[in-house]
Design a protein around this ligand. Sequence first.
Ligand SMILES: C[S@@+](CC[C@H](N)C(=O)[O-])C[C@H]1O[C@@H](n2cnc3c(N)ncnc32)[C@H](O)[C@@H]1O
Length: 256
Amino acid sequence: MKSPLNKIICGDVLEEMKKIPDNSIHLAITSPPYNLGKNYDSHNDSMKYEDYLNWLEKVWIETKRILVPGGRFALNIAPTGIKNFVPIHHDFSNQMRKIGMTFRTEIIWYKQTMLKRTAWGSFKSPANPHIVPSWEYVLVFSKDGSRLDGNQKDADITKEEFMKFSDGMWYVPPETQRNGHPAPFPEELIYRLIKFYTYKGNVVFDMFGGTGTVAAVACKTERKFIHIDISKEYCKTAENRVKKIISQKSLSSFRK
Ligand SMILES: C[S@@+](CC[C@H](N)C(=O)[O-])C[C@H]1O[C@@H](n2cnc3c(N)ncnc32)[C@H](O)[C@@H]1O
């Protein structure tokens, strides 16, 4: 089986992941649909919670299969619901440990979105006040041990970046350029994960790739990528984004 390197693949996650060889991905990064009833182009985001978890568990099992030994999985998720709190991040962590992934760390992605808040619960009273999540998590797991083999000359993180990113509280504002998608990643979040957890030339994968933020940043940082999403519209956006980066890169190498 040949790995579909540097491909934007439009299709169903479980169908398409079957086509990726074992032990071929160094870093998987994703943000799955949160099952919050968001208006995605081609996905029902209001599944029964149990069905939702069972579906994603199959995706995590495939992810483990395709990671190289020491490969990492950075899973972005947040507890959903303010009034009816759903600790979805705990359920994912338990699933991941059940399938034998090592839980390495959790990064707090602090989004500082408190300015827009309206859901106070009982304002200025302990009767029933609400905490509003102004953060998300990036849960980091690894397969078969923690060490990722690679050549030190391909480690391209700077000293300043390493010191900054190794503090687990990351202040990264949410993406404002949405490209017609309800929940895109900010590039800065992905840049940090790729630089911190991979060597140049490694393969980075997003199985719910949306508008292609992971693919785009992988391209910019000289990593290979594989992108899957079920929506033709989002895949088209991802493709255009990647093409633009590649043509800018080849233009700048031509100018040198
Ligand atoms: C939270 S979004 C990811 C956004 C992405 N991180 C970005 O930066 O644009 C989840 C994505 O999962 C995709 N999706 C939902 N069901 C899918 C399925 N069965 N197979 C593949 N992709 C699916 C949706 O189309 C959506 O783009």
